[in-house]
Design a protein around this ligand. Structure first.
Ligand code: NAP
Length: 338
């Protein structure tokens, strides 16, 4: 069976996933596309052989649409995910699941009422080969019980529209998800330290930031977010356990010896760094959606990330340690480590 996909939001990542669904993964075709900018939807639809629709609601209702991919602006995600669940259609939702925790809880209720998984969240790091090896090692007790994690998330630059809150909500949200998964524990509190800001930033922005998290089991995590580091896109993660330490490998690049020096290229953006992970993620979604279900990061994972995000933004504003307000996990959803 070929999974017929409807795409809501044909912006940057919507176009990337449309290309991926059309030319990279197997078993899917894009049949419907909508975007707030109708011309854009029509152009991408014409290039893809899909039909352009005037609204997300029409895409979800489309009789030839088997599954829905939501890549619109974050605040619109909840409405489309709820509509897809109501239609009984599998839905891939780029992060965030919703910008408000209350909307995430409505989605959990709707999916539980449906009686089976339909929602997959776009936390693609879980599909990155390096993170997967790290998880296998931790799960096999290769470094003993994890005690501390040191992370960095560095981007060369960000546009003027990037705000201090986005350091958590758009950037560190990936660390939050992948660390919950790696450690198999929920994050229970957040604190944000604000070092001397770099001079190479827009005036409104606090950059860098150091986020300190504690997990339910007492693991302490520090995440440096530095989005104007200038030199490249650099993702670092080291887990320190009772008997050893393990570091996320850098992407494989040749070590070049030239002109009296040895050097290794650093990737410049997230598409380059996580391209393979996105491909694997979308293939996994297509395979599960074709069977009428979903796999990978759940709506619960989306809710937990939003709840940690809320606490971290509050911590940035107040400069205090803020507890994460997380409801009890329904038995329907597996724990953080699944
Ligand atoms: P973008 O380039 O601004 O694209 C969003 C698109 O959605 C725009 O074309 C926008 O149209 C359209 N749109 C907004 N509201 C809509 C609605 N109600 N119905 C239909 N279309 C709508 O943003 P992006 O960078 O692609 O990001 C999209 C989502 O993906 C965000 O939630 C973002 O966090 C997520 N994302 C995830 C990753 C990842 O690493 N997993 C990476 C990048 C982005 P207009 O331009 O006309 O407003």
């Amino acid at each position: 069976m070929t999974l017929r996909v409807g795409v809501i939001g044909a912006g940057m990542i919507g176009q990337e996933h449309t290309r991926r669904l059309t030319t990279v993964v197997t078993g899917a075709e894009v049949v419907a596309i909508t975007d707030l900018t109708a011309d854009r939807a029509e152009r991408i639809a014409a290039e893809t052989g899909a039909r352009a629709y005037a609204s997300g609601a029409e895409v979800i209702a489309g009789p030839d649409v088997d599954a829905v991919l939501v890549t619109s602006w974050g605040p619109t995600h909840a409405e489309y995910v709820l509509a897809a669940i109501a239609a009984g259609k599998p839905v891939f939702c780029e992060k965030p699941l919703a910008t408000a925790a209350a909307d995430c809880l409505r989605i959990l209720e709707a999916e539980i009422a449906h009686g089976g998984r339909l929602v997959q969240i776009g936390f693609m790091r879980r599909y990155d080969a390096g993170y997967r090896r790290l998880k296998e090692l931790v799960d096999a007790d290769g470094i003993g019980t994890p005690l501390m994690v040191h992370c960095a998330h560095r981007n060369p630059t960000v546009p003027v529209s990037y705000t201090s809150e986005m350091a958590m909500l758009d950037t560190a949200i990936h660390e939050v998800d992948v660390l919950r998964w790696l450690l198999g524990e929920e994050i229970v509190s957040a604190q944000v330290l604000t070092p001397r800001p770099t001079g190479r930033r827009f005036e409104h922005l606090q950059d860098p930031q150091i986020m300190l998290f504690a997990t339910s089991g007492g693991v302490r995590i520090d995440v440096e977010v530095f989005v104007n580091c200038q030199y490249g896109y650099d993702i670092r993660c080291e887990i320190v356990g009772e008997t050893g330490a393990a570091r996320l490998p850098d992407p494989a690049r040749p070590a070049v010896r030239h002109d009296g020096r040895e050097s290794t290229a650093i990737v410049s953006d997230w598409r380059d760094r996580f391209g393979d992970a996105f491909d694997t993620e979308i293939q996994a979604w297509v395979d599960a959606a074709a069977a009428g279900t979903a796999t990978g990061p759940t709506a619960w994972d989306g809710y937990a990330a939003t709840a940690v995000g809320d606490a971290t933004v509050e911590a940035l504003k107040t400069q205090e340690i803020v507890a994460v307000d997380l409801e009890a996990r329904p038995a329907f959803y597996p724990g953080a480590q699944q």
